[in-house]
Design a protein around this ligand. Structure first.
Ligand SMILES: Nc1ncnc2c1ncn2[C@@H]1O[C@H](COP(=O)(O)OP(=O)(O)O)[C@@H](O)[C@H]1O
Ligand SMILES: O=C(O)C1=C[C@@H](OP(=O)(O)O)[C@@H](O)[C@H](O)C1
Ligand SMILES: [Mg+2]
Length: 178
């Protein structure tokens, strides 16, 4: 696989809670790539949590930091990059994402809600109607996610390891198309 990819980065996109961070780490281990998470880099650089950035600086600042981090990350090869769910909304980010292969992890909203029910680290879901918010965000984002090179539809019972394996077995077919 590493030979086939020739060092090209993989960018994982999709809604919050679909498993980009979790699956990304496994993919990196599996193929001997480095793992990076744009959210993690932003938190380190800003010296505060995603929640604090949203509250103190606002979402627009967060989106600028996210684009800056993506631009920096693209200078490297042999990376699995877990992105934040909203990265697809800035058109300029696609210029960077398309430096590599873009993989959309697609999980039904009901499953995302269950996974994130006890999680308060996603500022956009800290409101009275997380289901309504997720539905609205997905409606706004779906056509962007669908620009990915690979669309992985995930079922409720599929484990992160199984998802990682499925991605790796499907990649050769999309490499042939390119
Ligand atoms: N395939 C899976 N099955 C069950 N739980 C999962 C799966 N993938 C991720 N999770 C859990 O869902 C939550 C969100 O996962 P995370 O990797 O942070 O998603 P993202 O980075 O896309 O927001 C975490 O608690 C993680 O352990
Ligand atoms: O969907 C979004 O807009 C966001 C997703 C989060 O990352 P994950 O997709 O890793 O949860 C994080 O970037 C921030 O809370 C905003
Ligand atoms: Mg994540």
């Amino acid at each position: 696989m590493t030979n086939l990819l020739k060092g090209v980065n993989l960018y994982l996109i999709g809604m919050m809670g679909v498993g980009k961070t979790t699956v990304g780490k496994l993919l990196a281990q599996e193929i001997g790539y480095r793992f990076v998470d744009t959210d993690e880099i932003i938190v380190k650089a800003a010296g505060k949590s995603i929640n604090e950035i949203f509250t103190e600086n606002g979402e627009a600042d967060f989106r600028q930091l996210e684009s800056d981090v993506l631009a920096q990350v693209c200078a490297y090869t042999k990376l699995i990059v877990a992105t934040g769910g909203g990265i697809v909304m800035q058109q300029q980010n696609w210029g960077y994402l398309h430096h590599g292969l873009v993989v959309w992890l697609d999980v039904p909203i009901q499953i995302i809600l269950e996974r994130l029910a006890e999680d308060n680290t996603r500022p956009l879901l800290q409101n009275a109607d997380p289901q309504g918010k997720l539905s609205l965000l997905l409606e706004q984002r779906q056509h962007k996610y669908s620009q990915a090179d690979l669309h992985i539809t995930i079922t409720a019972t599929e484990t992160p390891a199984e998802i990682a394996t499925r991605i790796l077995t499907t990649i050769p077919s999309i490499l042939k198309k390119q």
